[in-house]
Design a protein around this ligand. Structure first.
Ligand SMILES: C[S@@+](CC[C@H](N)C(=O)[O-])C[C@H]1O[C@@H](n2cnc3c(N)ncnc32)[C@H](O)[C@@H]1O
Ligand code: SF4
Length: 332
């Protein structure tokens, strides 16, 4: 059985948000005084997460990405990875993190079966990092990236959101530094998903601008065969170094999307920008159902969500409305 939508897209990638909590306050994600957290009893337990993941894997999902919020603030994250890896047909397990806790967790996560990490970093300047995240934790991220490399989580991908007049002067230094340190850098266009609702299209640094900025200093050669990957990849100065650019807004890649999302409070979303969600938490907690009935219902709910998926995210339509929930609650 597989999760195919009405446009023929086969869904193989499940992004699982395991918490909406975070130990940073990135300006494009949540305001410094953000307090609109999910109620604790809405967060899925490891057993509940595993039920949805197992059913999804039975329906053809081959890749799980743990995210959040900050997935490494959840105390049972290593256990979650271990249990996913112990499934009869284990999917690939990746994780997106701000890196703060990787010094302690990179090795246990790798041993538990984590294959790779994406680490977010928008600047190489400690003071600027503090201004952009409201926490003086730059050195922890750098140490975390080193810990991930030391634990064999290769290649470590580093995600950067460039903001006009704020850190767009760092595109070239970030790529130089990444090449020197063996990081695989990817730039992500800023998306209208912040809790503060402050996204401004005119302020967004577009993929074309990023390409031009880098092109003044490096020879970029497109790498074909992107498949369903969000990033357009380029060889830098004939390789082996690469750089990725994720043009979510200016060049959407929805036609090849194979992603589905589970929020930390048990809602299936068929798109980052979906206006509707499919609740699985109620089914997971319905004690009148047997285990088999619960799993059967969840399989149906996954199929219903996939079937309702729209052809594209619609950010560029005049009628676009930003989702009610911010990125930290949906799972990036
Ligand atoms: C929501 S975070 C969750 C995982 C983890 N806390 C982290 O920062 O990597 C996932 C990714 O989304 C990115 N992100 C958050 N808000 C964004 C926005 N408005 N536009 C583009 N990317 C965003 C972050 O930079 C990060 O790379
Ligand atoms: S982008 Fe990640 S690290 Fe930054 S505030 Fe959002 S969830 Fe936290």
């Amino acid at each position: 059985m597989s999760l195919v939508d009405t446009y023929g897209r086969v869904h193989r990638d499940l992004r699982v948000s395991i918490t909406d909590r975070c130990n940073l306050r990135c300006t494009y994600c949540m305001p410094p005084d953000f307090a609109d957290w999910m109620p604790g009893d809405h967060l899925l337990s490891v057993d509940e997460l595993m039920t949805v993941i197992e059913v999804a894997v039975e329906q053809g999902v081959t890749s799980i990405r743990l995210t959040g919020g900050e997935p490494l603030v959840r105390p049972d994250v290593v256990d979650i990875v271990r249990r996913i890896n112990a499934l009869p047909k284990p999917p690939k397990i990746n994780l997106t993190t701000n890196g703060l806790r990787l010094v302690d967790l990179a090795h246990p996560l790798a041993e538990a079966g984590l294959e790779r990490v994406n680490i977010s970093l928008d600047t190489l300047d400690r003071d600027r990092f503090s201004r952009l995240t409201f926490r003086d934790r730059f050195l922890d991220v750098i140490a975390g990236i080193g810990a991930a490399q030391g634990a064999g989580l290769h290649p470590v991908k580093v995600n950067t959101v460039l903001m006009r007049g704020i850190n767009d002067d760092e595109a070239v230094p970030l790529l130089r530094h990444s090449i020197e340190h063996g990081w695989h850098l990817r730039f992500i266009e800023q998306m209208p998903l912040d809790a503060g609702g402050s996204w401004d299209r005119g302020q967004m640094v577009t993929a074309a601008e990023i390409h031009d900025l880098l092109g003044e200093h490096f020879r970029l050669t497109p790498i074909p065969g992107r498949g369903s990957a969000p990033a357009e990849e380029f060889l830098v100065d004939d390789g082996p170094a690469k750089v990725g650019i994720i043009a979510s807004v200016s060049k959407p890649f929805c036609a090849a999307c194979d992603r589905l999302r589970l929020t930390a409070d048990g809602q299936i979303r068929n798109c980052l920008f979906a206006r509707e969600e499919t609740d699985v938490r109620a089914t997971l907690r319905d004690e009148s159902l047997s285990v088999a009935e619960r799993r059967e219902r969840i399989a149906k709910l996954l199929a219903v969500s996939v079937e309702a998926k729209l052809p594209g995210h619609g950010i560029n339509d005049p009628s676009f409305i930003q989702p009610d929930r911010p990125m930290s609650a949906i799972g990036g």
